[in-house]
Design a protein around this ligand. Structure first.
Ligand SMILES: Cc1cc2nc3c(=O)[nH]c(=O)nc-3n(C[C@H](O)[C@H](O)[C@H](O)COP(=O)(O)O)c2cc1C
Length: 344
């Protein structure tokens, strides 16, 4: 019996979602939650000079402040991404700002980059020692004028110089007014150029929205290649609601099961355009090992999970990795390289 789904989740889901999130963070941070790891050479990869024991990472937004960096490997994650961190500490949007859609296995959030600010989070990263590759996701502070955004991204990146393994430029959250306008190619170029001033050797990822038109995805894929970025993370949450059976009429970004198709469509488009020349991290709607396998066969090198993890509980990564191994066995795949892009 799955104790999480039978007992813990029904109790936790009676609580306010943000309070439940807070309790979950406390549980992770206690260091007591520990899942038997799946260690299998077929799941391991060396990418961008980093070792990943398995391809499943924690998506940005769960550990926004980097408070549990030392513990994510204990839950079976192959890597973790903290943030979004902004230069200025900020409280985020008024509550309530996180909503469950249990029938759709989805969430809607309009958190608005609540975080302790770059200085404090960088201090925490410095004091931690992650056992797995660590990404740092940065965004624009709410009060910063969009015209000054590139300079602010540079300042935030500088706070994390030599910290973590890769940096993510987040221009795709729907909950900071004007942020997604920074997905315009000229703006992306400006931000990347600025960040590189202070962090010339940084591994840089761009995190994109699933709501971009195909032509925009093509243009941003081309630009990412031209700028020699390390990769793209596809995707963030969506403001679309057409895929919901019942729309709760809450503003914010939709994640989880209803996002999967859109996120996979964006990943496919980017993978076809970049043809293996960029690292791709697939995120959006992963619930099962089959979903992980699908994203890898659509060209992802790594994947990330958030909403599925909330619904799935502490053993989520283990289950996904075991299922992934089953699927690889069926296809006689010796490693993830052998199946990557098979559906393109
Ligand atoms: C409550 C919540 C907060 C999030 N906060 C961030 C964030 O701060 N930065 C970011 O890049 N993505 C954030 N995300 C988006 C996730 O990282 C991920 O891209 C998205 O939820 C799709 O994955 P999923 O369907 O597995 O949840 C957040 C998602 C949720 C549900």
């Amino acid at each position: 019996m799955d104790l999480y789904k039978a007992i813990v989740r029904p109790l936790a889901f009676r609580l306010d979602p943000e309070f439940a999130h807070h309790l979950a963070m406390m549980a992770v941070n206690s260091g007591l939650l520990q899942i038997k790891p799946v260690t299998d050479i077929r799941l391991s990869q060396t990418l961008m000079g980093l070792h990943f024991a398995n391809p499943i990472g924690l998506a940005a937004g769960f550990d926004k402040n980097g408070v549990a960096i030392d513990h994510w490997h204990k839950l079976g994650f192959g890597f973790a991404e903290i943030g979004t961190v902004t230069y200025i500490a900020q409280p985020g949007n008024p509550r309530p700002r996180l909503f469950r859609l249990p029938d759709e296995k989805a969430l809607i959030n309009r958190m608005g980059f609540n975080n302790d600010g770059g200085l404090e989070v960088a201090r925490r990263v410095k004091a931690s020692s992650s056992m797995i590759p660590l990404g740092i996701n940065i965004g624009k502070s709410k009060t910063t004028d969009p015209a000054d955004a590139a300079a602010e991204y540079e300042d935030t990146a500088a706070l994390f110089a030599n910290l973590g393994d890769y940096l993510v430029i987040n221009v795709s959250s729907p909950n900071t007014p004007g942020l997604r306008l920074l997905q315009a190619p000229a703006e992306v170029k400006k931000i990347v150029d600025c960040v590189r001033q202070s962090s010339p050797k940084r591994k840089l990822f761009l995190k994109l929205s699933p709501d971009l038109a195909d032509e925009d995805l093509d243009e941003l894929s081309d630009l990412s290649l031209e700028l020699a970025l390390t990769g793209i993370i596809a995707t963030n949450t969506s403001t679309a609601r057409g895929m919901l059976a019942t729309d709760p009429h809450q503003e914010g970004g939709l994640s989880g099961r209803p996002l999967k198709e859109m996120a996979n469509a964006a990943l496919t488009r980017i993978a076809r355009r970049t043809m293996g020349n960029l690292m791709l991290i697939g995120v959006g709607g992963i619930e099962t090992g089959d979903d992980v396998y699908e994203k890898i066969r659509l060209g992802a090198h790594l994947v990330q999970v958030y909403t599925g993890w909330i619904y799935g509980g502490p053993s989520f990564c283990r289950k996904l990795n075991l299922r992934l191994l089953e699927l690889m066995y069926q296809d006689h795949a010796k490693n993830l390289d052998a199946v990557r892009g098979a559906l393109l």
